[in-house]
Ligand binder design. Structure first.
Ligand SMILES: Nc1ncnc2c1ncn2[C@@H]1O[C@H](COP(=O)(O)OP(=O)(O)OP(=O)(O)O)[C@@H](O)[C@H]1O
Length: 367
């Protein structure tokens, strides 16, 4: 049985349904990210787990206990919310000790636990300081220590790094994951930053308009996005419109921009003539000499991203975004003609007008 389970959890604010039939089973020690655009229901879901928002329907269980309607303070969860500020009039040590005092932990044990928690976030030398004497990243680590010191069964994080600048944010992502691995606390983090969700989590829950649309490991969400929205929200994607020429076994030939493209590993049910949307990640496209690829294109724009070059290339398939590692080799010039190539297995089916099995072309019919 899973450690934390949400079954058909929903939330209405008046007539507005903020969360709809949310189902999720979290294993002990997992790091889960709730990822989605603004207003999709991430924070509401986290608040319902914390007990700060009531549940309109469904059930939440923690370690076999039904906590759907339990008071927040009886759930014993660790919480780091963006707005859950430190107490300004207390030192770092006092802030971290607060939850232990509430739990009437004896002073000597409290001192030990506070020292351990501060060591965990590398702030053992800063215990006597006040929050105003700390940087944003240090304050964030104090908040984390304060949440972890009570050894909560689940740690809930709502955009915990969003106030930090890009570099510090990246450092804190590594640190957060490192600390979570050491402590092994089951963690659920809300973020709208796809790269943050991908780099930190064991699994990502993608939400759209109150619904869960995909739950998977980061690599699977990136490589096999469940729909058009996810393919562009999680990373960049070139979307190509086409129509099915034929399907034979798990391969299909697709007409796109007057070219015949091969789609691998498709399940059955693609009808000849059906409209499909294909996805091709920018870094999966190769630029070769003009005339040597599947088609030629003309470079229209070039952007320097540091480790990569990003090009816009006009092709018979439309304007494609292409990412090429900055390996010191000659870059492409705007106006230049190039050949475009990719491996068939990197072309993905994003969506299709499917038909019933009876009208689908079977492999036998095509053969
Ligand atoms: N207290 C409330 N009363 C009424 N509607 C609310 C309330 N809180 C949230 N909502 C609505 O519920 C929906 C989900 O909000 P929620 O804050 O969960 O989204 P989110 O995905 O966390 O967004 P963000 O990334 O912007 O924080 C939104 O349409 C929001 O306007």
């Amino acid at each position: 049985m899973s450690f934390l389970t949400l079954t058909n959890v929903s939330k209405f604010y008046g007539d507005t349904q903020a969360v709809s039939s949310f189902n999720l089973s979290v294993e002990k020690g997992e790091f889960i990210s709730l990822l989605g655009p603004s207003g999709c229901g991430k924070t509401t879901t986290l608040q319902m787990i914390a007990g700060f928002e009531s549940v309109s329907g469904g059930r939440i269980e923690l370690d076999g206990r039904d906590i759907t309607h339990a008071k927040p303070n009886t759930r014993g969860l660790g919480i780091v919310f963006q707005t859950y500020a430190l107490f300004p009039h207390m030192t770092v040590e006092q802030n971290v000790a607060f939850g232990l005092e509430m739990r009437k932990i004896p002073a000597a044990e409290r001192r030990d636990k506070v020292a351990q928690a501060l060591a965990l976030v590398h702030l053992e030398k800063h215990g006597k300081r006040y929050p105003r004497e700390m940087s944003g990243g240090q304050r964030q680590r104090v908040a984390l220590a304060r949440a972890l010191v009570i050894q909560p069964p689940v740690l809930l994080l709502d955009e915990p790094l969003s106030n930090l600048d890009a570099k510090l944010r990246e450092e804190m992502q590594f640190e957060l994951r490192d600390i979570q691995r050491k402590v092994g606390t089951t963690t659920i983090m809300v973020t709208h930053d796809q790269s943050e969700a991908m780099s930190i989590s064991d699994r990502v829950v993608v939400m759209e308009a109150g619904h869960v649309t995909q739950v998977d490991r980061p690599l699977s969400v990136y490589e096999h996005p469940a729909n058009r929205f996810i393919s562009t929200f999680v990373g960049k994607a070139n979307l190509l419109e086409g129509s099915v020429l034929r399907q034979a076994g798990d391969h299909a030939d697709i007409d796109a921009g007057g070219m015949t493209l091969t789609l691998e590993a498709v399940d059955s049910g693609l009808r000849s003539g059906a409209q499909v949307l294909l996805g091709l990640r920018p870094e999966k496209i190769k630029c070769v000499a003009a005339g040597k690829g599947r088609c030629d294109g003309q470079v229209s724009q070039r952007f320097f991203l540091g480790s990569q070059w990003m090009y816009s290339i006009v092709t018979p398939l439309g304007e494609l975004t292409v990412l090429i590692a900055n390996d010191g080799a000659d870059m492409l010039e705007p106006g230049q003609s190039v050949g475009i190539d990719w491996n068939d297995h990197n072309l993905r089916l994003v969506s299709a007008n499917r038909t019933t099995a009876a009208t689908a072309i079977s492999a036998a019919e095509v053969a």
